[in-house]
Design a protein around this ligand. Structure first.
Ligand code: DLL
Length: 434
């Protein structure tokens, strides 16, 4: 079934016309309501009247995560606060989160975008959906939740973690759909037998996995382990949250909800627009968003676009599965982490040197983080007890700053290898085992 056939199967000409109309309205809204965009457009000599169609989008300035950070918390909002009905946030590069705000219309459009994605995965009002993405400031839980309710599913808002309880409710409530990160889905599958369950106790049929990069092989592995059909859901909080794009049963790229989120691919260095089939940075313009509309937001995710009609009948543009990022952001258990956040915490504490090495690995399919930190020569710690106290203190500071548990090991000064060029701060052993 197709949730919104009128939009999802629209001809290219009609879609361009719709996008043009929405872009013209958007540019007027941001120019009149967001100082940042008015300044940016004035700087490059572009007026709203210069934007006559979607083809003119390339005249508009880009937006980066640092712009949201520089205007923290609400400086890029385009409506007064009384129109904002929800806030979400995700990690920034140096401690400050990126804040996003939604109006009533934004929440309704998000529900619609998600409903299209879930329907694409074969989900209907007959399904019982276990939402094991985190609820809270992260957009995963509430985002998927509203979409599932729009479709009419019976939703189990269990949120992330607590593996035993996940499996118990999956069995007792007869969940037919599991929504979580692919790594957590793998972890849950492996935990079945040790918790006294087998696939026969479960009614699971569909998985809606995303929030972190995963390969086609991993998708097939999850389908086999669970005996389900697994789908890839993509999104980011700056643009809306989950529901920007999703793959259909042909798994030939993710259909982008392009009437809301207009995608472009640009060259990572020159930022010039690239054509279909060429890999580059994925850029989105939020055509309909009211709370915090963004022009040409550079996601730093690497992908390829394809405008050909899909075998499923949908005509919406497809993006390839994300192959990586053009910056150093890591995704650890679905949480975004920039190495600079680690450095920021160490420097703020000032009790060690700022030389560190972050070791990322997997244990039982869950990401683990280990941090080696060099002691400061001028502040040497004498006793083992003091060393232990210092490690605990750093662990606690990291936990509250980045929301992830980290095992800290203190090492002697000058023992972490110095590099001649770019410092190697992260060793990600997960990549070797995909
Ligand atoms: O991860 C939103 C989301 C929640 C998507 C649940 C899907 C499911 P952020 O925390 O802002 O939002 O992180 C966004 O995560 O720029 C990508 O680098 C990565 N990402 C999200 N989905 C996928 C995916 C949510 N399907 C960042 N494949 C994005 C690869 C993904 N990477």
């Amino acid at each position: 079934m197709i949730w919104n056939e009128r939009i999802e199967c629209m001809s290219r000409e009609e879609m361009r016309a719709l996008q043009s109309e929405k872009l013209i309205d958007l540019v007027n809204r941001v120019y009149n309501n967001v100082d940042f965009y008015r300044r940016k457009m004035d700087e490059i000599g572009i007026k709203p009247s210069d934007i006559q169609s979607i083809d003119d989008i390339i005249k508009l300035p880009f937006t980066y995560k640092s712009d949201l950070r520089d205007h923290y918390p609400f400086g890029m909002f385009a409506v007064p606060m009384q129109k904002i009905v929800r806030l979400h946030a995700s990690s920034g590069t140096t401690g400050k989160p990126t804040t996003v705000g939604y109006t009533h219309n934004d929440i309704a459009n998000w529900g619609e975008a998600l409903a299209r994605c879930l329907t694409m995965a074969g989900i209907s009002s007959h399904d019982v959906m276990q939402v094991s993405y985190g609820y809270g400031l992260f957009t995963g839980g509430l985002g998927v939740h509203y979409g599932a309710e729009t479709v009419g599913c019976t939703v189990i808002p269990i949120s992330g973690g607590n593996t035993r309880r996940q499996l118990q409710l999956m069995s007792d409530f007869g969940s037919t759909v599991l929504a979580c990160t692919p790594s957590y889905a793998l972890h849950l599958a492996d935990a079945l037998s040790e918790n006294g369950y087998s696939l026969r106790d479960m009614k699971l049929q569909i998985g809606v996995f995303g929030a972190e990069p995963w390969t086609e092989n991993m998708r097939l592995e999850l389908e086999k382990k669970w005996g389900i059909k697994a789908f890839d859901i993509y999104g980011l909080s700056e643009i809306m949250g989950p529901g920007v794009a999703n793959d259909c049963e042909f798994h030939a790229g993710l259909h982008v909800n392009e009437d809301h989120f207009f995608p472009e691919i640009v060259h990572p260095n020159t930022k010039t627009p690239l054509s279909d089939g060429e890999e580059g940075e994925l850029v989105f313009t939020t055509l309909t968003k009211e709370g915090i509309p963004l022009l040409r937001y550079n996601t730093r995710d690497l992908s390829i676009l394809n405008h050909k009609k899909c075998a499923c009948g949908r005509t919406t543009v497809r993006m390839n599965k994300i192959t990586g990022r053009s910056d150093d952001m890591l995704i650890i258990r679905g949480v975004n982490l920039f190495p600079s956040q680690i450095e920021h915490v160490l420097l703020e504490m000032g009790e060690t040197s700022a030389h560190y090495l972050l070791l990322v690995d997997k244990e039982n399919n869950l990401d683990t983080l280990e941090l080696e930190v060099e002691l400061d020569e001028s502040k040497m710690v004498d006793t083992i007890k003091d060393l232990q106290m210092l490690s605990r203190k750093i662990e606690n500071a990291m936990n509250s700053a980045i929301g992830l548990s980290v095992k800290v090991t203190l090492v002697e000064p000058k023992t972490i290898a110095r590099s001649e060029g770019k410092a190697i701060r992260v060793i990600d052993n997960r990549k070797l085992r995909n």
